[in-house]
Write a protein that binds this ligand. Structure first.
Ligand code: AKB
Length: 313
């Protein structure tokens, strides 16, 4: 039986990860934690602990009490938020990660942490971006993500911690809207399409970025975590993506359901700059070959699912 602690469980991925893992392993075997008390109905009223991931002593206390075999470290600030306060970003993203890795080492826990397409930079090949390639990001978020990938590999080779990780693209979901990310436009556009029939994008047309529907992201985490470790050539920083899209493509797909949907632009130079430094399309071959990554949602299926779910909220 698995027992899993999740940090940053109140975030966009954390909420749905908690729900899915609880369905698989039972409510009492999955402990969500977050710096803030839960507000989302999926977490409210069930076992939960507040945790600032920078507080190592508190993390140890929770682990000693809950006795998990796995820690999933989801707590991090996203790209645009990191640029607003780079020092705080380093503190939360790196200090939190080291604490979680240390706990995994001390208590022999299996470990998961997400990386991001932000771990690439301007000098990375933009198309069909390989898993192993030039990584010189020029954002604080990207710097913390490359450092995290390296640190997770280090804890595996040096201390034998079973660290695993995925380089996520933008994750699209209807359960919880994300906050502070560059790919957030691709979530907001669906909510605004249903609420107002129009959307003003902060990301410019023809800006291609990788994306994935939440169900595929959660399935990918579970698949990687249950893969036979002896068969994995890599542990961390697997490229995973289901589609490469730009705003006009999303709008065209939405118009198949809402014909008079209007898309306009008011480009945010900070987030546009970040998007421009990321790949257009990453290559997920290693994930497919090493542990069977197999996303089920393309843009059409994702759009239909998003609009239907938001309409029924
Ligand atoms: C962001 O936009 O910051 C995130 C990411 C791609 O890591 N969604």
């Amino acid at each position: 039986m698995k027992r899993i602690i999740i940090t940053g469980a109140g975030g966009q991925i954390g909420i749905e990860l908690t729900t899915t893992l609880r369905e698989i392993y039972g409510v009492e075997n999955v402990l969500p934690t977050d710096i803030k008390e839960p507000t989302h109905e999926a977490l409210a009223g069930k076992p939960f602990e507040t945790l600032d991931v920078r507080d190592h002593a508190r993390m140890v206390e929770i682990v000693k009490d809950f006795q998990p075999d796995t820690i999933m470290h989801m707590a991090a600030l996203l790209s645009a938020t990191c640029e607003k306060d780079p020092f705080l970003a380093w503190d939360i993203n790196m200090h939190g990660l080291v604490n979680a890795l240390e706990v995994a080492r001390e208590f022999k826990l299996k470990f998961f942490a997400p990386s991001s397409i932000a771990a690439f930079g301007d000098s990375t090949p933009k198309d069909n971006t390989p898993q192993v390639t030039i990584q010189r990001p020029n954002t604080m978020y990207g710097v913390t993500k490359v450092s995290a990938e390296l640190l997770c590999d280090y804890y595996h080779t040096k201390f034998g911690v079973d660290t695993r990780g995925l380089r996520f693209p933008g994750i699209i979901s209807h359960v919880q809207e994300p906050g502070g990310g560059t790919t957030d436009y691709a979530v907001e556009i669906y909510f605004e399409a249903i609420r107002n029939g129009r959307y003003t994008s902060f990301i410019d047309k023809d800006t291609y970025m990788d994306m994935m529907f939440m169900d595929d992201a959660i399935a990918a985490i579970n698949k990687l975590m249950s893969a036979d470790g002896s068969k994995l050539k890599d542990r961390n920083a697997f490229n995973v993506s289901a589609m490469s899209i730009e705003p006009e493509m999303v709008a065209a797909e939405i118009r198949k359901h809402i014909p008079d949907f209007e898309l306009s632009y008011d480009v945010d130079p900070v987030r546009q700059g970040i998007a421009g430094s990321w790949p257009n399309q990453i290559d997920s071959t290693e994930a497919r070959e090493q542990w069977g990554f197999d996303p089920q949602y393309d843009l059409a299926k994702m759009t239909e699912t998003m609009l239907e779910a938001i309409k029924n909220k």
